[in-house]
Design a protein around this ligand. Structure first.
Ligand SMILES: NC(=O)c1ccc[n+]([C@@H]2O[C@H](COP(=O)([O-])OP(=O)(O)OC[C@H]3O[C@@H](n4cnc5c(N)ncnc54)[C@H](O)[C@@H]3O)[C@@H](O)[C@H]2O)c1
Length: 256
């Protein structure tokens, strides 16, 4: 029987981008469901700032650049040294890059965006899969941008599509160990990451970016980090025990 109030009891969860909006909301949801958590971000997440100080004995906060091989090995080792085997990996760190016509899109920014989302997810899996318990779960935070295209968003949209390819390879490779691998696809959220995108849209078009996105989302609003965390809890836990290789859309219908 699945105990609904303790879906992640005694599970160890590693979340990259754990100091950001979605990562911190996932950490709060996972902790409340009984998990221990390792939060990885460019700067070690501050538990007081995140409102998670009450669970400090069940959280490890680490500084690492997920795109860097040595940093990735180091955060994986620190997670394993502290907690032993890992049950859940959420590759969630992200950057946006810029919006430019193809002829002007800066190659260094294209590389930086792919490095965080694609190389970062690859390295997280490479370093942590050998330490995952059979029956675990890997979640890669992609985006509605993983299944749609938009003019000028070359780095971000290419990276978010590429994460699906990695997810599918791993879903087949790890199925014999009953490790499930799925991608999570948020739509526009009410947070600073999306606000920066919308401010750019407003500046470029003269139309309010936030209003524009609300007008094209069938549910008529932005999502919240907590709604993404709820979906992550489903994918992380045994509630999704027969789901692997799936694209889990949580986008208010934007991709319909
Ligand atoms: N906010 C949205 O509307 C939205 C929509 C769809 C998908 N997403 C995806 O959700 C994920 C989380 O984004 P968020 O909304 O919480 O934004 P956020 O900016 O609050 O969080 C992203 C975190 O990733 C960290 N990060 C960036 N580069 C890193 C690196 N090289 N190494 C380690 N950490 C790094 C940042 O420091 C930040 O804390 C991202 O993958 C993003 O692409 C967000």
């Amino acid at each position: 029987m699945i105990l609904m109030d303790k879906l992640l009891q005694d599970k160890v969860c590693v979340i990259t981008g754990g100091g950001g909006s979605v990562g911190a909301a996932m950490a709060a949801r996972f902790l409340a469901s009984g998990a221990d958590c390792v939060l990885v971000d460019l700067k070690a997440p501050d538990l007081v700032e995140l409102g998670l100080a009450g669970a400090a004995d069940r959280i490890v906060c680490l500084a690492a650049d997920v795109s860097d091989p040595a940093d990735s090995r180091a955060y994986a080792k620190a997670a394993v040294d502290r907690f032993g085997q890992i049950d859940v990996l959420v590759s969630n760190a992200g950057n946006f890059g810029t919006v430019q016509p193809i002829a002007d899109y800066p190659l260094d920014i294209f590389d930086q965006v792919l490095a965080v989302h694609v190389r970062g997810a690859f390295l997280a899996c490479q370093n942590l899969v050998p330490h995952m318990r059979d029956g675990g779960s890997i979640i890669i935070t992609s985006s509605v941008a993983g299944v749609t295209g938009d003019a000028g968003v070359h780095g971000y949209i290419t990276a978010k599509h590429a994460q699906i390819g990695l997810m599918r390879c791993l879903a087949k490779e790890l199925a014999p160990r009953a490790i499930r691998v799925n991608s999570l696809h948020p739509g526009p959220l009410d947070n600073s990451f999306q606000k920066a995108v919308e401010d750019g849209f407003t500046a470029a078009t003269g139309q309010d970016g936030t209003d524009y996105f609300n007008s094209i989302i069938p549910l008529g609003r932005h999502g919240t980090a907590e709604e993404i965390a709820n979906a992550a809890l489903y994918l992380a836990s045994d509630l999704s025990s027969f789901a692997t290789g799936t694209l889990h859309m949580v986008d208010g219908g934007l991709s319909i």
